[in-house]
Write a protein that binds this ligand. Structure first.
Ligand SMILES: Nc1ncnc2c1ncn2[C@@H]1O[C@H](COP(=O)(O)OP(=O)(O)OP(=O)(O)O)[C@@H](O)[C@H]1O
Ligand SMILES: [Mg+2]
Length: 639
């Protein structure tokens, strides 16, 4: 159960393109709104970074020279203009925030939808390798990290850049020397920020990964609660948890240590710069004519107003650099989140080159098979022939052949060797064999959850690779070995087999599967709500429901994997009778450990370690005195 045995994956370096990909994606979708946001940011930055400072300098220097009250009129006017500028600033800020809220939330909404759509297209193989908690973490933690990045950090960086540039220009029009001191400090601040920021980024990325591991672990422990209790593994799983959470703690602690050190350093450097500028500035003023103040405008006087304005600019300068450095952790976390989201988006989707489709069919007056818009109970394969530009229809019969199929879930371990079989239309074909012999694997190949390494599978003579996957799966009614019940009513769960099934059809299917009896005894009958994964049902009841679900799908070929393993022998007989009715005219594959279930099959195929070792009817196999005989009579030698 412990994840410690997993080999440590080497972490790929933070994809360089992540930031630009995220920005491109954002910009492509919300171009208009983002341009409006940009205009608001520029307005805000110019006001905060330059206009207010310049006005302040004007006011101070004017008051400095005031000798009579009448001259204050100009000051009043200036203050009025300042107030108006402030109002514009507030407006710009409000509009920006509103727009950003819309952009961020709809971006995240789209991202989640894209992710889910992508996930639905991923092959089963992808899920084999991942814990579901780990995948869920992408939807929650990673997307949330992106929210912070998009809604806060990116606008903050843009605001800061524009403000700092404005401030530099305004400072240059006041005093080049003082500007040089400021820039010197800025370089130092940037160096420290990038050094600490890089450290933070590394750990924030690890924190995000260990968070996913943590989610995966917790999810597994919740699912495994009963097993944990049965084996009294509470203490061990607590220790395992401590390890996983310890990893997360270390990464989170280091990440925040770097990030938190940064803020006070930046803040205090800002104050230091402020003090230095104040001292140097006032010294320059006191030096009088012996100091020549050079600015972009040439030689300009250094007044008290200029120094006051300069100091105000300096505050806004260091404040903005500080703001950005404060965002470094969100940036690192957001990029780490985006990287994980993109990694999932970039997964190879399940490919489908199929061009043969399953359609409803009927016979026209001349007895030709033609396509029908409505359900007729007859299906046909629509086979387009590109070269001739024609389309032919072939009756779906349920003739399934496998030729020398080899397959392994991983290339190193072949699970099926040279498996061949031919199930004729309407035949009941059983697979028996020990656990792990490869019975379920064969059904996984028939519905193309996995693709075969070698050999051929034909369905009504058509290579199944040519059949479009959803149609292939629609033609197979499957009762999977693991039953899955979705949250919803009993009726909803059966209707999952075919969404347009009427209530009567659902009831008929439930009767066929012998589920009707127990359903009517449930508190609200068919409308009883089922809890997560059918926790309020017994295992056997869950199996009956999944049989009913397959029955309502009414597919021409049925595959029942251990469908009756948890059902008592009496119900099993009933189900068998029901399913035999259900099977009429269909090809059916049955997998069962209980040989009584498969006895009446037309063909029984005995598998051992992925090889077919015997095949024939029950009577043939008994007469043969081989493995089946031993299994059946219980004479099987235990090794
Ligand atoms: N997703 C998977 N990834 C890797 N190996 C797998 C996977 N599923 C099954 N296997 C391996 O394939 C082999 C055959 O498994 P399969 O599920 O087909 O057995 P089975 O005959 O259905 O057994 P049971 O009677 O227990 O259901 C086993 O050795 C198993 O370890
Ligand atoms: Mg199985």
């Amino acid at each position: 159960m412990s994840k410690q045995t997993k080999p440590k994956m080497k972490r790929p370096p933070l994809a360089k393109g992540t930031a630009s990909r995220l920005l491109k994606l954002l910009f492509r979708r919300y171009k208009g709104k983002l341009i409006a946001v940009f205009v608001c940011i520029i307005t805000q930055a110019v006001i905060g970074g330059g206009a207010i400072g310049i006005m302040m300098q004007q006011v101070i220097d004017h008051i400095d020279g005031v000798v009579d009250l009448a001259q204050l009129d100009y000051v009043y006017r200036l203050v009025g203009i300042m107030a108006a500028i402030f109002v514009v600033g507030i407006l710009a800020a409000t509009i920006k925030e509103q727009l950003m809220a819309i952009v961020t939330q709809s971006f995240l909404n789209d991202l989640r939808k894209d992710l889910f759509a992508k996930m639905q297209r991923l092959p089963i193989k992808f899920f084999d390798r991942k814990q579901s908690g780990e995948i869920m973490s992408v939807y929650t933690n990673d997307i949330d990290a992106i929210r912070q990045l998009v809604s806060q950090s990116i606008p903050m960086i843009i605001t800061a850049t524009i403000t700092v540039l404005t401030v530099i220009v305004v400072m240059a029009t006041y005093s080049i020397y003082l500007l040089l001191i400021t820039l010197g400090a800025a370089v130092l601040m940037a160096l420290i920020a990038s050094r600490l920021g890089m450290g933070a980024a590394k750990y924030f990325r690890r924190q995000q990964e260990s968070m996913a591991k943590l989610d995966g672990f917790v999810e597994e422990m919740i699912k495994g609660q009963k097993v944990i209790k049965v084996f009294t593994h509470e203490e061990e799983s607590k220790q395992d948890f401590d390890k996983v959470v310890g990893d997360w703690y270390l990464n989170a602690r280091n990440a925040h240590r770097y990030a938190n050190t940064l803020m006070p350093i930046m803040g205090n450097m800002g104050y230091l710069l402020y003090a230095i500028l104040a001292i140097v500035g006032s010294t320059f003023i006191l030096m009088g004519d012996s100091y020549v103040n050079i600015s972009l405008r040439g030689v300009t006087p250094l007044t008290v107003g200029v120094i006051a304005s300069f100091l105000q600019q300096c505050r806004s300068f260091s404040q903005n650099i500080g703001n950005v450095s404060q965002q470094l952790n969100s940036i690192a976390m957001g990029l780490a989140g985006a990287e994980r989201v993109f990694r999932m988006m970039d997964q190879q989707p399940e490919t489908d080159d199929g061009y043969v489709h399953l359609v409803y069919a009927r016979y026209d007056e001349e007895g030709n098979l033609v396509e029908s818009d409505t359900r007729t109970g007859i299906w046909a394969w629509r086979h387009p022939h590109k070269a001739e530009g024609t389309v032919t229809y072939q009756l779906l019969q349920g003739d399934i052949e496998m030729h020398d199929v080899d397959f392994g879930y991983v290339p190193e371990k072949i699970v099926l060797h040279d498996v061949s079989l031919h199930a004729h239309p309407g035949e009941k074909y059983a697979f028996v064999g020990a656990t792990g012999a490869g019975k379920t694997t064969i059904t996984n190949l028939l519905n193309r959850f996995y693709d075969i390494a070698d050999g051929k599978i034909r369905y009504d003579g058509i290579n199944i690779n040519k059949i479009c996957k959803p149609d292939l799966r629609r033609s197979l009614g499957m009762v999977l070995q693991d039953t899955t019940i979705f949250s919803g009513t009993v009726k909803d769960n059966i209707r999952y087999g075919r969404l347009d099934a009427t209530d009567e059809e659902i009831e008929a299917a439930a009767k066929l599967a012998d589920a009707h009896d127990f359903i009517t005894r449930l508190p609200q009958g068919y409308d009883t709500m089922l809890e997560a994964d059918g926790a309020n049902l017994s295992q056997g009841q869950r199996q009956l429901l999944s049989i009913a679900r397959a029955a309502v799908a009414d597919a021409p070929v049925m595959i029942m994997d251990e469908a009756t393993s948890s059902i008592d022998t009496r119900t099993e007989l009933l189900v068998q009778r029901g399913t035999d009715k259900l099977m009429k005219g269909r090809t059916v594959f049955v997998i069962a450990h209980r040989l009584s279930t498969v006895q009446n099959s037309d063909t029984i195929m005995v598998l051992d370690h992925g090889r077919v070792i015997e095949r024939g009817s029950h009577d043939d196999l008994i007469a043969k005195h081989g493995m089946y005989y031993q299994l059946y009579t219980g004479a099987f030698e235990l090794e």
